[in-house]
Design a protein around this ligand. Structure first.
Ligand code: NPG
Length: 351
């Protein structure tokens, strides 16, 4: 279906708890929503770009400006995968709604529910970290990921492992180490971790391949996997044996599906990452997590984990540590009370 225009809508949502990453602490999420419009029909997507460009070069104001200026010719734009993903996935949602096909069916989902996993940020003390992890385990999450950074790694992770000997546990460095840290990181090998995620900077594939020779713990890449080509290179170089799939990071759900397929062919395990998604983005994440190659639990939590009051959709609830995979398009509620701006961009070409 040919879209005539896209609505670019910004909503500001307070986070139910602060999000602490190595690059800072965030208290709210300024979300860009894209609504594709055609002949009375609509399609929705959420842009993964964050308030600030600290996880990757994109940020919400940049993605917004890019789509305002280039929505009609997005396929000739270089880079900017999160902005592209938002537009492409809104257009895909428009088509799927019109066809009455669920995204889960479209991508080839093979499960109707998936295991929930949770990411736990750095803490001020090991005691505080243990309390947080205990709370998450009580809530029923089936896997916990701990953020690590130089100065906050082996000791806190060991404490969590000692307190929870059977907990499926993994760590994420968001690129905070250098290959020279290999001798230090090797201590993680005794802690029975599922994987260590993106230990080195996103452009250091060779460093990851070197590290993979030294560590027994499987290396997973996140930031480094920006496309099918990047995935093939990383796998061929031996830079990773696990891949974190995020549709925003790779330019949309179709590229994410292709990366999944490349990983399955190479016997590389896949799981779906999270970027503080509202119910709109979460539905996409859940459909991908139901693919056959997604054999590890994702960073997938109920919507209430990040957004206590301001849900954009029906809440996604966790039951017995699992989340349902949506079988129909999400119902987006009236957003007027959380909208900070809205504009219409006509698509004169392509799209
Ligand atoms: O539950 O959605 C979630 C958050 C999981 O911590 C999480 N994601 O590095 O993967 C990550 C991290 C992240 C969050 C990255 C926001 C970028 C933005």
């Amino acid at each position: 279906m040919r879209a005539e225009a896209v609505e670019l809508r910004r909503v500001r949502l307070p986070l139910a708890e602060p999000f602490r990453a190595s690059w800072g602490t965030q208290h709210d999420r300024d979300v860009l929503l894209v609504r594709a419009l055609a002949d009375g029909a609509e399609g929705w997507a959420e842009c993964a770009a964050m308030n600030e460009p600290r996880y990757s070069p994109e940020w919400v104001d940049g993605a917004h400006a890019l789509l305002r200026a280039h929505a009609g010719s997005i396929e000739s734009v270089v880079g900017n995968p999160m902005a592209k993903a938002a537009l492409r996935d809104a257009l895909l949602d428009l088509d799927l709604r019109a066809a009455g096909t669920s995204l889960a069916a479209h991508v080839g989902a093979v499960r109707t529910e998936v295991d929930a996993g949770v990411a736990v940020g750095t803490a001020d003390s090991v005691a505080e970290l243990l309390d947080t992890v205990a709370r998450r385990v009580d809530e029923g999450y089936r896997r916990v990921k701990l953020k690590i950074a130089p100065g906050w790694d082996v000791e806190p992770v060991r404490a969590v492992r000692e307190r929870f000997p059977d907990l499926p546990l993994q760590v994420d460095a968001n690129g905070a180490y250098r290959v020279d840290d290999a001798a230090h990181l090797v201590a993680l090998d005794d802690l029975d971790l599922l994987l260590v995620e993106q230990p080195l900077p996103d452009d250091d594939l060779l460093g990851h391949a070197t590290l993979a020779q030294v560590l027994r713990t499987p290396i997973c890449l996140d930031e480094a996997i920006t496309s099918v080509r990047a995935a093939k290179q990383a796998i061929t170089l031996g830079a990773c044996s696990v891949v974190n799939l995020k549709p925003g990071r790779v330019g949309g759900v179709e590229e994410a599906r292709r990366i999944h397929d490349v990983c399955v062919d190479a016997a590389v395990a896949v799981w779906v990452g999270g970027m503080l998604a509202t119910g709109i983005g979460r539905a996409v994440d859940l459909a991908l997590a139901a693919l056959p190659g997604c054999t590890l639990p994702g960073d997938l939590s109920p919507t209430g984990r990040w957004f206590a009051d301001d849900l954009l959709t029906e809440p996604v609830a966790m039951v017995d540590g699992r989340l349902p995979v949506p079988q129909s398009p999400v119902d987006v509620r009236d957003l007027s009370d959380v909208t900070t701006s809205v504009e219409l961009v006509r698509l004169s070409r392509g799209a």
